[in-house]
Design a binder for this molecule. Structure first.
Ligand SMILES: Cc1ncc(COP(=O)(O)O)c(C=O)c1O
Length: 486
């Protein structure tokens, strides 16, 4: 392969190789299923270290442009839709500052791969949300009209940076009824909980600081921490959640500045941290003086068992900052989430929120408040739980029926996801294109790990977004793809 390299350029050689191949794939000059030269051969032809070529290939693979067939070689992914080249990070025509250490945003998502496979009835289990068909569109339309009629101009001004006071009172009331005694002045409304995570991380950490995550963990948090140039330290989960002994070792070895955790219906595994471990985690946070960022993104979507206390409910000492959202239990497009923080950190978060975006949409907050106050939210939640419970059961039944017993999983008691573990040696990244060919998409496990501890045999299935009959069909297709992989 002829590959133009500029050895005097500031752009590292692996980036140049990656850029050249990426451009070829996106423009269609490397057709789907084209076999790329082996890394050893290409490195030899170019007079480079093999690691340089492997790094370039790894970037392309992480972005879903190429894949490896074990024992056979590396290939361009099938039927990838060309994306506009100007949006790739390696378009060398732009001024150099456009490129600095930028991760590509052009990787096809599982749903794009599924669309590209052009199956007549594609089924996606890759989403991270509830079922959009259940969104209460008509009710919300009416509520918006009522709010504008009722509040007029006031609803369209900038609001209080802490958030609309009646909404903060309502949330405080709900949380208090769930055992977390909270005052409205300890609640900060954010533009989705993602903003809450960003505010906390930016306020408490600076580039290079160490943030501890459980693995696997929420891909959006990893993206955030990477974007902030934080150093990510990981501790694996087991069936009872974060492994406390391993956590303590990490706290002894490293200067951890923040622990990010999802104790309830974790994303992606659906697991819950046991109550004894919740207490141990808090004791460690106290002993090592480390703040905890608790992400409770689907806590109210419980289908069985008794609710466990949030970490924040067990924390009189102000070690925990709690983040939650209306995205998963209501609608993500609202962009309404909130933080609960006690002590001096609250005012610092408010100042930072004001500096970041002045305030969350006043109009939408008023609509959410009205929706919750008239009891619609609770009714919506009850209905969603009922439907999602049936879908979870349907998925668990299908998995047992359609997939080999060597595929392991723990039935989740709530949330949106089932996490499957393929037998050792099988890769969910390699399974994904085969699954899309068969007409089903899922979220591959590698997305939920930091770069230094990637495990690729897990995969996340969303059980909430498809009807039971489609779930059965989707899992059947997954079984077909799995047989092709083995
Ligand atoms: C675990 C978790 N936390 C936070 C978020 C952010 O959601 P939002 O900003 O919509 O509240 C998500 C979204 O997928 C999530 O899965």
């Amino acid at each position: 392969m002829r590959l133009p390299l500029d050895r005097h350029s500031d752009i590292p050689l692996y980036r140049q190789i990656e850029g050249f191949l990426r451009q070829g794939i996106l423009s269609g000059s490397f057709a789907p299923e084209t076999r790329l030269p082996a890394t050893r051969t290409l490195a030899r032809d170019l007079g480079l270290n093999r690691l340089t070529v492997e790094t370039a290939y790894a970037e392309l693979q992480a972005d879903g442009l190429i894949y490896t067939r074990s024992g056979s070689g590396t290939y361009v992914l099938p039927r990838f839709q060309p994306a506009p080249v100007a949006h790739t990070s390696s378009d060398l025509a732009w001024p150099r500052w456009h490129h600095a250490e930028m991760r590509s945003v052009s990787a096809p998502t599982p749903d794009e791969l599924l669309a590209a496979a052009r199956q007549p009835h594609p089924l996606s289990l890759a989403n991270g949300t509830g079922d959009p068909h259940l969104f209460p569109v008509k009710d919300f339309h009416k509520i918006m009209q009522t709010v504008i009629r009722r509040d007029g101009i006031a609803a369209l001004e900038y609001g209080d940076p802490r958030g609309y006071a009646p909404l903060r009172r309502t949330i405080a009331h709900v949380l208090t009824s769930q055992g977390m005694a909270v005052h409205p002045d300890q609640i900060l409304i954010t533009s989705g909980s993602q903003q809450g995570l960003a505010l906390v991380s930016q306020l408490l950490l600076k580039p290079g600081d160490e943030v501890l995550v459980e693995t696997p963990t929420y891909a959006g948090a990893l993206d955030l921490f990477r974007a902030l140039n934080l150093s990510i330290v990981s501790v694996p989960l087991d069936a009872q959640g974060l492994q406390i002994e391993r956590l303590e070792q990490r706290l002894q070895q490293r200067l951890i500045k923040l622990i990010y955790t999802m104790p309830t219906f974790q994303n992606p595994t659906g697991s819950c941290l046991s109550t004894p471990r919740r207490r141990q985690l808090l004791a460690l946070a106290d002993r090592y003086n480390v703040p905890i960022l608790e992400d409770d993104f689907v806590g109210d979507l419980r289908y069985e068992g008794r609710a466990q206390p949030a970490l924040k409910a067990l924390d009189p000492g102000g070690h925990v900052i709690y983040a939650s959202t209306f995205s998963k239990m209501l609608m993500p497009g609202l962009r309404v989430g909130f933080l609960v923080a006690t002590g001096p950190i609250y005012d610092r978060l408010v100042n930072f929120k004001r500096a970041s975006d002045l305030a969350t949409s006043n109009l939408i907050q008023r609509a959410v408040e009205a929706y919750v106050t008239i009891g619609r939210y609770q009714a919506h939640l009850r209905r969603s739980c009922q439907i999602y419970r049936q879908r979870r059961d349907a998925m668990l039944t299908s998995i047992k029926r359609q997939l080999p017993a060597s595929v392991q999983f723990n039935p989740p008691h709530g949330g949106l996801f089932v996490w499957l573990r393929l037998p050792a040696g099988l890769s969910s990244s390699e399974l994904l294109p085969l699954a899309c060919e068969a007409g089903v998409a899922f979220a591959p496990g590698r997305d939920f790990f930091p770069a230094d501890s990637v495990e690729d045999n897990g995969l996340r299935l969303n059980f909430a977004t498809q009807q039971p009959a489609d779930i059965e069909e989707a899992i059947k297709r997954l079984g077909i793809a799995l047989r092709r992989l083995r």
